[in-house]
Design a protein around this ligand. Structure first.
Ligand code: PXP
Length: 242
């Protein structure tokens, strides 16, 4: 059964817009996990534009499901992760100016450093994932640095509009999921997935987990967070996209 990770970064974006202490990121995490989220994902960015350190610390203490921390490959973040001990760390590339994470991590050019992060996290019982593009060389590199999982960047696939979501990017993702799984990597995916395009990706048999944020938080404005999570989970579990 595919797992749904709900990324709640943008609850913090809204909170921070007025400098208030609501809406509560912790409450959001608890609502998500009681309505179908299998884990809660947060991205602690270098500039702390949404999630703050204390959000992660409190989520770690209150969640009954699992916590997935997305973070850049920096010493500061590694130290923080070793302190808080989330269940998973997903290493992502990070540029200060970007609106969101724009491309996959270049594992191939940074094998030593990423390998060191992975070893250190594993020694501390934190499972690792690498957010990479659907690319053979990057998948091989992820296997060579001994990552537990990869998360395939679905942003390019998701940016294609139209009713047919089976496009060229979809086929690349499909092939790369099969390939990564044959290397015994756990295969996750995420970025840009929404209520229209999620089912094609969820129909790929090797997919273990999808991490979805913006579409769920946006829909929650109109139907409430519990319903928004429930509807996404329902689509994922009933994906018979052909
Ligand atoms: N996975 C990763 C690694 C991400 O960086 C993000 C965005 O923070 C997501 C998934 C979720 O993307 P979206 O908000 O577009 O659903």
């Amino acid at each position: 059964m595919i797992r749904l990770g709900v990324n709640i970064d943008h609850v913090a974006t809204l909170r921070n817009a007025r400098g208030e202490d609501f809406p509560s990121v912790i409450e959001a995490g608890l609502v998500c996990e009681t309505h179908g989220a299998d884990l809660i994902t947060v991205h602690l960015r270098e500039d702390r534009r949404h999630i703050k350190d204390n959000d992660v610390i409190l989520l770690r203490q209150t969640l009954k499901t699992e916590l997935n921390l997305e973070m850049a490959v920096t010493d500061e973040m590694l130290e923080f992760a070793l302190d808080v001990k989330p269940d998973y760390v997903c290493l992502v590339p990070e540029k200060r100016q970007e609106l969101t994470t724009e491309g996959g991590l270049d594992v191939l050019s940074n094998m030593d450093r990423i390998g060191y992060f992975i070893d250190t996290l594993h020694k501390n019982n934190i499972k690792t994932s690498l957010f990479i593009d659907a690319n053979l060389e990057q998948i091989n590199a992820a296997r060579d640095v001994n990552s537990y999982a990869i998360e395939i960047h679905t942003g390019k696939y998701a940016s294609c509009r139209g009713s047919a979501y089976i496009n060229e990017d979809f086929y690349t993702i499909q092939d790369m999921c099969e390939y990564a799984s044959s290397l015994d990597l756990v295969v996750n995916a995420g970025h840009g997935l929404n209520y229209n395009n999620v089912q094609a990706i969820a129909s790929i048999p090797q997919i273990h987990e999808l991490n979805i944020g913006f579409a769920i938080i946006a829909k929650s404005m109109f139907v409430g967070l519990s319903q928004a999570v429930y509807e996404m989970k329902h689509l994922i579990l009933n994906s018979r996209y052909k």
